[in-house]
Design a binder for this molecule. Structure first.
Ligand code: C2E
Ligand code: CA
Ligand code: CA
Length: 256
């Protein structure tokens, strides 16, 4: 199965089988949507294959590097388009460990900012703790260089990687993204509630923004409001959707 996927992936870019979808993030206090996460979709001869399935294979085979370039180009092209339409939307792009540790990664972001003429504040990168901690000193230097470009940085899947908190003060990041495994049962499980509350407080004390992903129910939303969580993302608001649907979603507005 894995070999089959790896082989099919090889030609998927030329066959234009990839598409970026966008999932809105809502700022809770202002009830506004000014950012989204870019999530890749692969339709292999029309058949949907989940990124949870093919991204690990692409990482293993090295295909994640050309794919990562495609993702960055598509996300920047969309950022440019929305910026030109005066939609103030920041796009968060997932960066895999293999991509993050490439020697020319920072340069490739810098070049795209110039080439697509997109203001840096409209770009955010979601990076996992594991990608950064692979080589800690190098990881921190990359974060510093990215941060100096003026783009936003967030730690993805927070709480599932190295749970050593010491590193947090040394990472020049803006945001922590609480992993959905903690959010899933937080309406009913008091231990998950304690965990999410603690992460929210930790982020506040360190001056970081906090976002909860995988929010599906109103009960979770209410708890997150109580905990002063800054942003939410999840099916409750919207599934990841194509660019044109995202524009329609923005035009319609949301209310909770
Ligand atoms: P992730 O970065 O943690 O992305 C969040 C995942 O949660 C997405 O799955 C999203 O569709 C899903 N999700 C969002 N809201 C909800 C919700 O309310 N309930 C539930 N159950 N799930 C929700 P998706 O799109 O299948 O992506 C899976 C993983 O694949 C991502 O996890 C990420 O690690 C990777 N991935 C996706 N797109 C890209 C990409 O463009 N580049 C890279 N490097 N990795 C990507
Ligand atoms: Ca992510
Ligand atoms: Ca995540």
């Amino acid at each position: 199965q894995q070999l089959h996927i790896a082989r099919r992936l090889d030609t998927a870019i030329e066959k234009q089988q990839f598409e970026l979808y966008f999932q809105p993030k809502m700022h809770l206090k202002s009830q506004t949507i000014n950012s989204c996460e870019c999530l890749i979709r692969w339709f292999d001869d029309g058949k949907f294959v989940s990124p949870a399935q093919f991204i690990p294979i692409a990482e293993h085979s090295g295909f994640i590097l050309p794919l990562g370039e495609w993702i960055l180009d598509s996300a920047f092209a969309q950022a440019k388009k929305w910026h030109q339409q005066n939609l103030n939307i920041r796009l968060a792009i997932n960066i895999s460990a293999r991509q993050f540790t490439q020697q020319d990664f920072v340069q490739s972001i810098k070049q795209r900012l110039a080439h697509f003429n997109v203001p840096a504040h409209l770009i955010e990168l979601e990076i996992t703790e594991t990608a950064i901690m692979d080589d800690e000193e190098f990881g921190i230097s990359v974060l510093q260089a990215l941060s100096a470009l003026g783009i936003s940085l967030s730690i993805d899947d927070f709480g599932t990687g190295y749970s050593s908190l010491g590193y947090l003060q040394r990472f020049p990041v803006n945001k922590l993204k609480i992993d959905q495994s903690f959010v899933r049962n937080m309406a009913t499980d008091t231990r998950d509630q304690a965990l999410v509350l603690s992460i929210c407080q930790l982020a506040k004390n360190l001056g970081l923004d906090i976002i909860a992903e995988g929010v599906e129910e109103h009960a979770q939303l209410e708890k997150l409001k109580e905990y002063n969580c800054d942003l939410i993302q999840g099916y409750l608001l919207s599934r990841p959707i194509p660019a044109n649907e995202f524009e329609a979603f923005l035009a319609k507005g949301v209310s909770f």
